[in-house]
Design a protein around this ligand. Structure first.
Ligand code: SF4
Length: 254
């Protein structure tokens, strides 16, 4: 692909991402030199530049926009942490909730992010091309341009996993699934507040990466409980139970 025509799709952003995005499109950064052209209708677009966490109000309009695009290549470029994963609005009241996630409680969160819409469209048999993520709150114009240049094949990835491994370095992988981590964080925040929730969760992730199996994890959790105050210990036990339930196949929505 030598050039890309883009349509901007706002799914409820706070305007921070828009400011940076429009900056990237102005003559100062001059995205047009890479063949990036902003168009006024999704019917002419190869890609949408999606910003925002996908609110309830924007969900149906966003769906119509993507359906109006030509079926190929239908690239989705998620700009900003909100569009990538819900960001600070994750599990917030205005975020779109999938009907099957309609059960109440922090275990069934309103996830947010353009992925939810992409999944629905694919379930309906609509073709949707690759999704590219440009995280940041908001990402700088340089980061947006770098993401688009990667898409167009104008630059190489700066770090390739093969090269990283060839150099004898380990590719970092989070000890637990990201969705589960966010779900556990929400649950903990309801119980002990933001500060302690983050602390307990970080400690728990440390224990998960140290433990070889469930038995060892349980031993480490017991040890943690004996060292910390009762409140933190009880929270650690709570997330251990949730984590094991998820790991044993219940999944995050069981
Ligand atoms: S990622 Fe940050 S700047 Fe962008 S819409 Fe979300 S909160 Fe606003």
């Amino acid at each position: 692909m030598r050039s890309v025509w883009v349509f901007h799709l706002d799914t409820g952003a706070c305007n921070g991402c828009e400011i940076e995005l429009f900056d990237a499109l102005t003559p100062y950064y001059d995205a047009e030199r890479f063949g990036v052209k902003l168009v006024g209708s999704p019917r002419h677009a190869h890609a949408v530049l999606a910003t925002g966490p996908l609110t309830r109000q924007s969900y149906h309009a966003a769906k119509e926009v993507i359906k109006a695009m030509p079926p190929k290549p239908r690239i989705i470029i998620a700009i900003g942490t909100c569009a990538c994963s819900g960001g600070i609005f994750y599990n917030g009241y205005p975020i779109h909730r999938r009907p099957e996630d309609g059960r109440k409680g922090s275990e069934y969160p309103r996830r947010g992010g353009i992925d939810e819409l992409v999944r629905d469209l694919r379930d309906e048999g609509e073709p949707v091309g690759p999704v590219m993520y440009i995280p940041g709150c908001p990402p700088r114009p340089e980061e947006i341009l770098y993401g688009i240049a990667l898409l167009l094949g104008l630059v190489e990835k700066r770090v390739r996993p093969e090269e990283h491994e060839a150099a004898g370095l380990e590719v970092g992988r989070p000890p637990i699934d990201e969705r589960l981590r966010l779900t556990l964080r929400e649950r903990l925040r309801h119980v002990i507040g933001h500060f302690d929730a983050d602390r307990v969760l970080e400690d728990f992730m440390g224990l998960v990466s140290r433990a070889k199996d469930e038995e060892e994890l349980h031993r480490l959790v017991e040890d943690y409980r004996s060292r910390k105050d009762e409140r933190l210990g009880a929270c650690m036990e709570l997330i251990e139970t949730e984590y094991l339930r998820w790991k044993r196949g219940g999944g995050e929505r069981s």
